[in-house]
Design a protein around this ligand. Structure first.
Ligand SMILES: Cc1cc2nc3c(=O)[nH]c(=O)nc-3n(C[C@H](O)[C@H](O)[C@H](O)COP(=O)(O)OP(=O)(O)OC[C@H]3O[C@@H](n4cnc5c(N)ncnc54)[C@H](O)[C@@H]3O)c2cc1C
Length: 587
């Protein structure tokens, strides 16, 4: 049987295409290599090792059987790759922050700060073209102004004393601060007003319960239907919509979702003189059996490391050598303030406030549970603070040199758990550089072929990228001092690969892109990409998932009109929010 569309990967991007096309009546098969996580209250806990251990955690990259080995990915530098497999993908981890990209990364931008952006790798269309798709996704998830607590009061107070104005528009026009726009339902009823689990059950409590564990998959409040869980990771939003399309859409057809179904090959044939995608082979991760499925259109959404891996393992064309190249990661860094009073770091949505500096990037506050906090102090490219020859991290408005914090200093930092700390995450608008890339590893193959290798030349980024990161680190330290921090530490993080993009980039130039302006492969017809890898660049620094989902919505519309004689819908119909009571599917 031939399907209309096969989507590979049920993470941030794939379910968007699946839901949009199924709601227009197409027969869509959604294949996910990881687990289905159908009953989070039984499968998940708030224990950090249980969730985040990269070898055995329920959010690791690996098969759903936790006794089976995790999947190894090569990172040939001091770095850590944080990706989750399973329905929801890495949005199981994500904080739901959903800013729009800076306008300067799009074609046709004429602002005075144009030279601050990587214009050689701009979006191949104008910002205004994406706005209706942003609005559609914002209404669907939905995206709302974040609920805030103590840590936001502290952070925003510091931002205000830096002299920045408040941003009040969805579009970022100038350096400013604001509450996050995030995809976490605002607290209602008893949520956010009590820590008593007995009073935090749905429907007495709705939305975010302020549990502080956004990182570990959202199952709050207890007893809520899956599509009413607070965080709008795709397992709680787009996937339930895709599975119940006939219930809420006039022409809807339910998506077929197969988990533990790892795609190992994309097939092509010559059609009308063009190499054309015809289907995929997938392997059951539980039985080892392989299956072949055909479709009119294939959409790759396995994420920034896995999509190029699948492409290269399938032997698909790569005439300009850009498959996997141009990997961007926001050149992250972490600056932490130590306070005398409670900062509320363990409570509320993990990150609910931000500052944006168009041309440089962004800052956001981040509260993490204790083990992740300790991990964040241990990840540095400057060695241990003040020790050995490597203890020569950069100096600035932080205390001493940047670097890892260990021993008595670390003990002192964590003496009050995390609630005397305030972390600022630095998101740099990094340039697309061809030598930062995903390629195939020479390490032994796994059951799905050659494994991916993510290469980042961390110490030789472009001048603009390096300068932007230093600028943002300084602003972060100044903000923390103005907020009342008595000490400030900068980590000078080694690459923490959690915002990763642009390894299969779309672009205006055929010389340095894999996808055309419709997100279709330049060399294989009917083959599209709809995950972070399709992004042309790092968006200038803003968190990527909303833009990936807006682009995936646009890509779904292009597929519908190009291959199925459909008509565009984006400006003609009101979107259905994923919280609609007709969408009550359990996964
Ligand atoms: C701690 C943390 C916090 C974050 N916070 C934010 C935030 O606040 N805002 C934001 O915008 N972004 C955030 N992100 C990033 C966000 O999670 C990603 O942008 C998003 O998940 C990327 O979507 P994707 O579709 O590219 O990949 P993924 O979400 O990784 O999904 C890919 C899916 O495809 C599956 N897959 C891969 N290969 C195959 C194959 N061959 N066959 C079948 N299935 C396959 C994978 O198992 C996975 O489920 C955060 C990330 C982390 C780790």
């Amino acid at each position: 049987m031939s399907r209309d569309v096969i989507v590979v990967g049920a993470g941030g991007g794939g379910p968007v295409v699946a839901k949009e096309l199924a709601s227009r009546g197409l027969d869509v098969l959604l294949l996910e290599g990881g687990a289905r996580h159908g009953d989070p209250r039984r499968e998940w806990t708030h224990l950090e090792n249980d969730a985040n251990n990269p070898l055995t955690g329920f959010l690791r990259a690996g098969p759903s059987d936790r006794d089976a080995p995790a999947w190894l990915r090569e990172t040939p530098q001091n770095s850590y790759l944080l990706q989750a497999t399973g329905v929801g993908g890495t949005t199981l981890h994500y904080y739901g922050n959903s800013p729009r990209a800076f306008r300067g990364v799009f074609a046709g931008y004429t602002g005075a700060d144009r030279a601050m952006y990587d214009t050689a790798h701009a979006f191949p269309f104008r910002y205004e073209e994406l706005v209706p798709y942003y609005a559609w996704v914002e209404a669907t998830l939905p995206v709302q102004t974040a609920a805030m607590g103590v840590k936001e009061t502290v952070f925003l107070g510091g931002a205000e004393r830096l002299g920045l104005p408040v941003q009040t528009t969805k579009d970022t026009l100038t350096a400013s601060f604001r509450p996050q726009e995030n995809a976490i339902l605002q607290p209602g009823g008893t949520a956010g007003r009590t820590g008593d689990p007995a009073r935090l059950r749905h429907p007495q409590a709705t939305g975010c319960t302020f549990c502080g564990y956004c990182l570990q998959g959202c199952m709050e409040p207890a007893g809520a239907p899956r599509n009413q869980a607070a965080k709008r990771s795709t397992d709680n939003s787009y996937v339930p919509m895709a599975l119940t399309a006939p219930a809420w859409s006039r022409h809807g057809r339910a998506v077929t979702l197969l988990a533990d179904a790892y795609v190992t090959r994309v097939h092509t044939a010559r059609r009308s003189g063009r190499t054309t995608a015809t289907g995929v082979t997938w392997r059951s991760v539980t039985t080892g059996e392989t299956h072949r499925e055909d479709a009119k259109v294939v959409v790759l959404a396995g994420g920034t490391t896995e999509t190029p891996r699948l492409w290269l393992n399938s032997g698909l064309p790569n005439p300009n050598g850009w498959v996997g190249r141009g990997l961007t990661d926001h050149h992250l860094d972490f600056v932490t303030g130590v306070f005398d009073d409670d900062t509320g770091s363990s409570r509320g949505p993990s990150s609910a406030a931000r500052c944006d500096f168009p041309g440089y990037g962004s800052l956001e506050n981040v509260g993490v549970p204790p083990a992740m906090q300790a991990f964040s102090f241990a990840l540095s490219d400057s060695g241990i603070r003040g020790r050995y020859r490597n203890g020569r991290g950069p100096t600035g408005p932080w205390d001493g040199r940047a670097g890892r914090v260990v021993g008595p200093e670390l003990k002192e930092l964590l003496a009050h758990g995390v609630d005397r700390l305030l972390n600022v995450l630095i998101l740099t608008g990094d340039d697309v550089e061809p030598d930062n890339r995903v390629t195939l590893s020479a390490l032994p193959t796994d059951e799905h072929g050659q494994i991916p290798k993510a290469v980042l030349r961390h110490r030789s980024r472009s001048r603009r990228t390096a300068d932007s990161r230093e600028y943002l680190a300084r602003r972060a330290a100044e903000l923390l001092r103005k907020a009342g921090a008595r000490r400030v530490h900068r980590m000078d993080w080694a690459p923490l690969l959690l915002h990763i993009h642009s390894s299969m980039r779309m672009g205006a130039s055929a010389a340095n892109s894999v996808l055309d302006a419709d997100a279709q492969s330049r060399w294989v017809s009917a083959l599209y990409v709809a995950d972070n890898s399709a992004l042309p660049n790092a968006l200038g620094g803003p968190n990527p998932t909303l833009t990936t989902q807006a682009l995936a919505t646009r890509t779904a519309e292009k597929i519908f009109t190009t291959h199925f004689s459909g008509t565009p819908w984006i400006t003609d119909e009101p979107p259905v929010p994923s919280t609609d009571p007709r969408i009550s599917a359990v996964l």
